[in-house]
Each structure stands twice: as C-alpha cells, then as structure tokens.
Design a protein around this ligand. Structure first.
Ligand code: GAR
Length: 211
C-alpha cells in the first residue's frame, strides 16, 4: 500500500476530505508549518501522526525546506500532498519529490496563479471558475494538470460564496486525484501527465446557461 504525507497550513478541509475518502493508501502523517493550523486537531483525532515544522524557526526558505523534507522522508512517503500548504517551495525540494508532489489550487490554472483567486475572478467578471490538482514544479502554480473542476460564477456571488462553491469541488477532485496516484492510474512521465485509462468528460458547462 502506498504511503502519503499531507502538508497543511490552516483549516485543513481538503486534508479532511482526503482522510474521509477511504483512499487506498496509508496516511502516514499530516504536517503543518503553523502550530495553530486548525486541521491538526482533526488529523490527530483520527489517529494520524501530526507534526509541526514552523518556518519561523529557520533562517532561510532553503533551511526550512531541508528540515521539512527530512521529516517527510522519515515516513517514506510515496506521495506528498499539499492541501492548503501556503509556502513557496525551493526548486531543490520540488525536484527531490519530482512526480510525487501534488497541489490543489483554487482556480482553473493557468488562470489566476497565486493568491486571492476568487476575488480576482469576480473582478474580471469571468463566467466559469474552478479548481485544479496538478503536479508541483519549480514554476509556481504551473505544473502539469491532473484534474480540474469548473463551476459557474453567478451574478450575485461574493468572494465567500464563490469560494465555497469551488471548495465543494476541491473536496471531490482531490480525493479522486490521490486515488489515481495511489492506484498507479496517473503519473508524471517526461514532464507530462499520463493516464493508464484516459477519462473523458462528455459535457460542457455553459455559464450563464442557454435559454
Ligand atoms: C484551498 O482552497 C486550496 O485550494 C487553497 O487554500 C485553501 C485551503 O483550504 N490553496 C492554495 O491557494 C494554494 N496555492 P483548506 O485548508 O480548507 O484545505
């Protein structure tokens, strides 16, 4: 059975969705860079080992990443799952976990990399928004895409309402992506995402809807 380590920084709702999804893997640990991350107590209550490695304890980003990798590697993780882990990782860290490091981002990448994705989507008045699970590369929020979910942006949406609609889909696609990884259904080969059995979506999301 594959082993995964999940990294969080805060609420941990994606981590919670992963824990509740009965994935075909051992969740070896949940690690946070913030001791106050709300998700830690949920993981601990499920009997998952937790650890805090505070970035504030290290003089440089590189030092923090070395310390983080050391702890992750103690668990012999096959995959490292970033679930709201709000740290930019060094190229050395990323290359150490090449093909084994995945992230979820609250936009339809490559649109809206970085922060405040929902507010920026609303400001631009786009009609379709969503979330993306991707392999992590040194190029922030640009790695090869495994799965995306699209949601409509509705005319009365606030940032909170839109973020909630996207989050519901995050909780569906992230467990699916990790399941594929653990089952060997999807992998990163020469920088491209390869599926053993390509899944095909067969419908369009049109927003606003047709008459
Ligand atoms: C999620 O919306 C996730 O997509 C986003 O942070 C939130 C964490 O929520 N991640 C990023 O913005 C990474 N660039 P959670 O802690 O409840 O899972």
């Amino acid at each position: 059975m594959k082993k995964i380590v999940i990294l969080i920084s805060g609420r941990g709702s994606n981590m919670q969705a992963l824990l509740q999804a009965q994935l075909p893997c051992t969740i070896a640990a949940v690690i946070s860079n913030r001791a106050s991350a709300e998700g830690l107590s949920f993981a601990a209550a499920q009997g998952i080992p937790t650890a805090v490695i505070s970035h504030q304890d290290y003089p440089t980003r590189a030092d923090f990443d070395v310390a983080l990798a050391k702890v992750i590697d103690q668990y012999q993780a096959d995959f490292v799952i970033l679930a709201g882990f709000m740290r930019i990782l060094t190229p050395e860290f990323v290359s150490h976990y090449c093909g084994r490091l995945v992230n979820i981002h609250p936009s339809l990448l490559p649109a809206y990399t970085g922060l405040h994705t929902h507010a920026r989507a609303l400001q631009d008045d786009i009609k379709i928004h969503g979330c993306t699970v991707h392999f992590v590369t040194a190029d922030l929020d640009h790695g090869p895409i495994i799965i995306q979910a699209a949601v409509p942006v509705l005319c009365d949406d606030t940032e909170d309402v839109l973020s909630e609609r996207v989050l519901l889909e995050e909780h569906r696609v992230y467990p699916q992506a990790v399941r594929w990884l653990c089952d060997g259904e999807v992998s990163l080969i020469e920088g491209k995402v390869k599926f053993c059995h390509q899944k095909q979506a067969s419908f369009a999301l049109i927003s606003p809807g047709l008459e």
